[in-house]
Design a protein around this ligand. Structure first.
Ligand code: SAM
Ligand code: SF4
Length: 359
């Protein structure tokens, strides 16, 4: 059986189950919803230079469908946390309306946004006013030339202005996401950490995953979590954060300058490839066109859009809920890279790029 396949094949028990449980007993309470496949950057590890063929507008979940789907997740299926992502969610003109619509129905739900920060300076206050809880901004380097090389766009100053505006709007704690690419920005890791610590932002380094549309990823080429820790050790001492990880993808470390006892803050390292955390995964992913993906590396997608568009009665809702549960029941045990007993020789890169899944 190839890695990534559901293994037991046991049918989902019927009845009154009100969670997104899978056949290995994991319960998904963290919903990642992609708002669009479009983006205004062309990061090497994600999007090809010429972009991709974007989804037609009528294929995208509408604001009302998004609000309904989140409602079903929260009210019926145990969703406790929502992250809006993409593509680039800020390119959706109705983003503020979407967040406000969700917030009205779910006053306590933590709603976060992952964004590249381009255009954020103008929108941060409106997002906060609409009820966004916090955000992650992806920024891989503070150097204009490396930023241009990585993203193929000269927008670093816009991203920096966006982060500042988000901070001013109270969207704390701000997290910064960074992917390191060899000989492009790996040498900037310690500098980016110092910059983040100085401002009270939590930096998280993410291992590059084979989710680029160009299929250029290689295991030899990627910077591993172990290398990241070594890169940072020139300036910093990292010790495991004693707080419980609690299903979070990032392993957190306390940061001190080498030889000093003063705690400067924390840094996260997300080692999806070399130290995968599938056994603790709590995520359910919905693409911008309403397909459930039980895993980033899933090669199976389950459509909810047709059911959402079939009607809005309780019976229609029940059909969406049941299909979503079926999709999550079949979540694979692991993604097939880096797991003992699931060597990556048979690993097959998904057809979708990260931008088209929703990271
Ligand atoms: N456009 C937004 C952004 O860049 O923050 C949201 C979507 S993006 C797909 C979400 C996150 O996925 C970003 O932090 C990005 O760096 C990360 N990402 C994209 N491709 C990746 C890859 N191949 N491996 C690891 N992380 C990746
Ligand atoms: Fe766009 Fe985010 Fe992908 Fe970069 S990582 S190309 S910003 S979707």
């Amino acid at each position: 059986m190839p890695p990534g396949s559901p293994e037991s094949g046991a049918p989902r028990p019927g009845g009154t189950e009100t969670s997104l449980v899978d056949q290995f007993g994991r319960v998904a309470s963290d919903m990642r919803l992609s708002l669009t496949d479009k983006c205004n950057l062309r990061c090497h590890y994600c999007m090809p230079e010429g972009g991709l063929e974007w989804l037609k507008k009528d294929k995208l979940l509408t604001a009302a469908e998004i609000v309904r789907l989140v409602g079903l997740g929260v009210n019926n299926l145990g969703v406790r946390e929502l992250r809006l992502t993409g593509g680039e969610p800020l390119v959706r003109g109705d983003l503020v309306e979407i967040i406000a619509g969700i917030r009205i129905n779910h006053p306590e739900l933590p709603i976060s946004l992952t964004t590249n920060g381009v255009g954020l300076a103008k929108k941060a206050q409106a997002l906060a006013d609409a009820g966004l809880t916090r955000l992650n901004v992806s920024m891989d380097t503070l150097h204009h030339d490396a930023f241009l090389q990585l993203t193929r766009r000269p927008f670093l100053d816009q991203v920096l202005a966006g982060i500042e505006a988000a901070d001013a709007a109270g969207l704390a704690p701000i997290k910064i996401n960074a992917v390191l690419l060899r000989d492009i920005n790996d040498a900037h890791a310690a500098e980016l950490l110092q910059w983040s610590l100085d401002r009270g932002y939590e930096l998280r380094f993410i291992e590059q995953m084979p989710l680029d549309a160009d299929h250029g990823w290689t295991r030899e080429g990627m910077i591993t979590a172990a290398e990241m820790r070594a890169l940072l050790s020139s300036d910093f001492e990292l010790t495991p954060d004693p707080r419980a990880r609690d299903g979070a993808p990032a392993e957190r470390f306390e940061v001190r300058h080498t030889g000093s006892s003063q705690l400067l803050g924390t840094v996260g390292i997300i080692a999806s490839v070399t130290e995968p955390f599938c056994t603790d995964c709590r995520r359910t992913r919905i693409t911008a066109e309403g397909k459930v993906m039980s895993c980033l590396f899933s090669r199976t997608e389950v459509d909810l859009l047709d059911l959402l568009r079939a009607g809005t009665t309780t019976a229609d809702d029940d059909a969406v809920i049941s299909r979503w549960q079926d999709a999550m029941w079949a979540k694979p045990r692991a993604h097939g890279m880096g797991h003992p007993g699931l060597g990556d020789a048979d690993f097959v890169q998904p057809d979708r790029s990260m931008s088209a899944i929703g990271g």
